[in-house]
Design a protein around this ligand. Structure first.
Ligand SMILES: NC(=O)c1ccc[n+]([C@@H]2O[C@H](COP(=O)([O-])OP(=O)(O)OC[C@H]3O[C@@H](n4cnc5c(N)ncnc54)[C@H](O)[C@@H]3O)[C@@H](O)[C@H]2O)c1
Length: 368
């Protein structure tokens, strides 16, 4: 667990032990930075977890050197986070600048000292950049970004809430880029217990006559409304979120949660555990995740070469197959545009890591 003492890392470790995903005979390695405050806190976290869960805790150990990371599944939650200051917009470029270096350090260490079989789950943002850096170092099938799975679970939950059922009865995926560039695939929504006609009627009712052509403007308008509402009535701001359609809520609610000063650590960790559990389980399962594509997907007549969130089959050796069904026109158009945006935002950093691998400064004119 890289970044074990962070808000997300701590939640992942706690849930892993509490939900007994790891048997007592296995090992959970908490990884911190030798030169940061986290080195001391990592030892403390290990002691605290044993204190709480001694009866069934796995063997806990601490590593402070990237060269010492050894695991079947490596979770990357180390690095800077952004967007937690109310009213301060997320500076994705600054986040990329800091975290590109973190990704490169661990990717290089794993490539050199790892088993050659570990599966990497990237949680840190920008998740697409993390996936690109680790995939380049370790092979693309062993690396998956968690963002699209979290967006998928949020989409299912919001659809479920509007229809009046629990999340486990709703299927379907949210793909694309983690964050505002997600692509909710309404065409993939399925609801257990409803036949095709009933489902179509329910989707039409909760979605309205909107398409994804106006999704960007809807999200931008939602954030503006929330920024105003939240100034003196936070409860009112969350009620405002509830008044919007499910796909707008998917983007607006986590944004409001960050703006509130709370983070989204519990939900993030829970979605991460799903992916870890899937890899350790030994069976292939369909999830959504950010993966480095090599022309498996064609969007608007153009094959995608680069990182994108898509439905994939995930198993013990990483992801194998992409399972993106035929999309509605508005979905395909948006996903193609997002694929281009992701590729443009990542490209400068990959260029910068080429060569001796230490430069990590975007080339002139590039933007993250
Ligand atoms: N993908 C998602 O859905 C999602 C959701 C929430 C958060 N996140 C991301 O997860 C990451 C962690 O978030 P958080 O809220 O736990 O942050 P945090 O600030 O609470 O913790 C960050 C952790 O990273 C470590 N760290 C910081 N800089 C480091 C460096 N240079 N080298 C090694 N370790 C370093 C810190 O010691 C700490 O353990 C962020 O990048 C955040 O954006 C992703």
């Amino acid at each position: 667990m890289l970044g074990a003492t962070g808000d997300v890392g701590r939640q992942v470790c706690t849930q892993l032990v509490e939900r007994r995903v790891l048997p007592a005979t296995s090992r959970l390695q908490l990884v911190g930075r030798a030169d940061g405050r986290s080195s001391r806190a990592t030892y403390g976290l290990a002691a605290d977890l044993v204190d709480a869960y001694d009866e069934h805790a796995p063997l806990l150990d601490v590593a402070l050197d990237p060269a010492d990371v050894v695991a079947d599944v490596v979770v990357v939650a180390a690095g800077r986070t952004a967007g937690t200051e109310p009213g301060v917009p997320v500076d994705r470029r600054a986040l990329a600048a800091d975290n590109a270096r973190v990704f490169a350090t661990y990717a290089e260490a794993l490539a050199r000292h790892g088993s050659g079989r570990e599966v990497v789950v990237v949680v840190s943002n920008p998740v697409e950049l993390g996936v690109a850096v680790f995939a380049e170092a370790l092979g693309r099938h062993r690396v998956i970004g968690m963002g699209a799975w979290l967006d998928t679970l949020r989409f299912r939950r919001e659809v479920a809430a509007s229809i009046g059922v629990r999340r486990h009865r709703v299927g379907g995926f949210a793909v694309g880029q983690h964050g505002d560039d997600l692509v909710p695939l309404w065409s993939t929504v399925r609801i257990a217990g409803l036949d095709v006609a009933e489902r179509r009627a329910e989707v039409a009712r909760v979605r309205g006559a909107r398409t994804l052509a106006t999704y960007d403007e809807e999200i931008a308008a939602a954030k503006r409304a929330l920024a105003t509402a939240a100034v003196d009535d936070l409860a009112g701001a969350f009620r405002l979120v509830d008044s919007w359609p499910p796909d707008v809520r998917v983007a607006a609610r986590p944004w409001m949660t960050q703006q509130s000063g709370a983070k989204t650590a519990a939900g993030t960790a829970s979605a991460t555990i799903d992916l870890i559990d899937t890899v350790l389980d030994g069976r292939d399962t369909v999830v959504a995740g950010q993966v480095a594509l090599d022309r498996e997907v064609e969007l608007a007549g153009k094959p995608v070469e680069g990182v994108l969130g898509v439905p994939v089959v995930l198993g013990p050796e990483g992801w194998t197959q992409v399972l993106l069904p035929a999309l509605a026109d508005d979905e395909e158009r948006r996903l193609a545009a997002v694929a281009d945006r992701v590729s443009r935002s990542i490209e400068p950093w990959l260029t910068a890591t080429a060569g001796d691998g230490t430069a990590l400064v975007p080339v002139e004119g590039g933007g993250a």
